[in-house]
Design a protein around this ligand. Structure first.
Ligand SMILES: Nc1nc2c(ncn2[C@@H]2O[C@H](COP(=O)(O)OP(=O)(O)OP(=O)(O)O)[C@@H](O)[C@H]2O)c(=O)[nH]1
Ligand SMILES: [Mg+2]
Length: 406
């Protein structure tokens, strides 16, 4: 406590010895302190321990905010002297990629004749060169018989056409043969021409889509949803193919592309439950059409066919007259095998319409005639490519023209 008297005594001594210096010290020291405080406030780094800050590149993995939020205490008081940083090009802002479902190409619809060219060449083209300038008798009729039985028409249809040719064109020439065949095939195709376009028989009109693996079910559903939507109908899709994980996603892409809702369940879940929910949701949302996708199944696998029967029963519980349409999708490339597929599916699930896909690029499109002849089930649509416009209403005359006209 005797510090104060000592200080006073010392200052009095200084005053006595050099009064000017003492007054200067009294005024100068506080001014100096004030200046120092102000300087530290403006340059905080001066008042902190020395450490290095690094600018991180501006990438999504290292956002700027994360660097700023790092607490100062986390930095050690003394950092080892860092190696000089290499010159780095300033990082560009990362480009943001937005994935959009590809838009359907707005190209004008191709003529069926162009798409059916290979079938036409393999059937009528080969038949014409086989007969050539000869008349229809003896060996020529035998060659014709062998040809028709291997032409993807099915045995029943080939036999029937041969009888017609013998009766109506026996002894005649190629021109007459073409005439008789064209008329006979037309008769068969006219029976399976659908009476109406894009039917809407219920509210919602429920369509169940069946077929073996890879036949083109999901693609057909996407195109069909596109066509109904373009016609002003509200569509709900049901992803009841719970067997293949990517199937739900595939249908989702189509739903986004055409602008409709999709109902889906768990991968590996009960497809009947999804079918039921789809019809229920379509009713609740006042939709006009509900289209249900199913897992591709081989016609020989009985449990899968049983599952299909269950699905039809369960849909009927939610809406007694549904499904209004059960479409069987058949890949034209499978030729005569499509006929045996149709036999099993029609027995299992009461198929009301056929869709023949991939008529473009196949030589086996003649199977459509065999299917028409054998089952008499309407051929609702034909697939002649991968865009929405490539799902066509089946027209007997258009098909005939594509097959016969060179
Ligand atoms: N060229 C052509 N390709 C088609 C046509 N229809 C479908 N495809 C193609 O056939 C392939 C199989 O079609 P999907 O719709 O996946 O067949 P899916 O029956 O649903 O197959 P799963 O679900 O595995 O049973 C795809 O590459 C389609 O693009 C068509 O009319 N023409
Ligand atoms: Mg599918």
């Amino acid at each position: 406590m005797d510090f104060l008297p000592q200080l006073i005594e010392t200052l009095t001594g200084w005053m006595r010895e050099d009064p000017m210096l003492t007054v200067g010290a009294f005024l100068g020291v506080p001014i100096l302190l004030a200046l120092l405080t102000d300087l530290i406030r403006r340059e905080p780094a001066l008042g902190k321990p020395k450490h290095r800050t690094r600018k991180l590149p501006r990438t999504p993995e290292a956002p700027i905010e994360a660097v700023a939020a790092e607490p100062a205490e986390a930095v050690p008081a003394r950092l080892p002297e860092p190696a000089p940083e290499p010159e780095v090009e300033p990082a560009l802002e990362p480009e943001v990629e937005v994935e959009l479902a590809p838009e359907p190409e707005p190209e004008p619809p191709a003529r069926l004749r162009d798409r059916l060219r290979r079938t036409s060449e393999a059937f009528i083209g080969r038949l014409s060169s086989l007969v050539g300038g000869r008349s229809l008798e003896g060996d020529v009729l035998e060659e014709l018989e062998a040809f028709l039985f291997t032409a993807d028409l099915g045995v029943k249809t080939a036999d029937d056409l041969l009888q017609r040719v013998r009766k109506e064109a026996g002894g005649a020439d190629l021109a007459r043969l073409r005439e008789v065949l064209r008329a006979a095939i037309r008769e068969k195709l006219k029976r399976v021409e659908p009476p109406d376009r894009l039917p809407v028989d219920g509210k919602p009109h429920v369509i169940l889509v069946l077929g073996v693996n890879g036949a083109g079910k999901t693609t057909t559903i996407g195109k069909l949803a596109g066509r109904y939507t373009q016609a002003g109908q509200k569509v709900v899709l049901g992803a009841a193919d719970t067997f293949r994980a990517a199937a739900i996603e595939q249908l989702g892409v189509w739903a986004e592309r055409v602008g409709c809702d999709v109902v889906s369940g768990q991968s590996g879940g009960d497809p009947s439950a999804v079918a039921f929910d789809t019809v229920k949701a379509a009713r609740a949302r006042n939709a006009d059409v509900a289209i249900i996708d199913t897992a591709g199944r081989l016609q020989t696998k009985v449990p899968l066919i049983d599952e299909l029967k269950k699905m039809v029963r369960v849909i009927g519980k939610e809406m007694p007259d549904a499904p209004h349409e059960t479409l069987l999708v058949l890949d034209s490339n499978t030729g005569q095998n499509a006929i045996s597929q149709a036999r099993v599916f029609t027995e299992a699930a009461g198929v009301t319409g056929l869709v023949l896909t991939k008529l473009d690029g196949t030589a086996k499109g003649g199977v459509l005639v065999g299917l028409a002849d054998e089952f008499g089930i309407p051929v609702r649509y034909v697939g002649v490519g991968e865009s929405i416009a490539d799902l066509r209403d089946f027209s007997a005359d258009e098909y005939l023209e594509a097959l016969f006209d060179e």
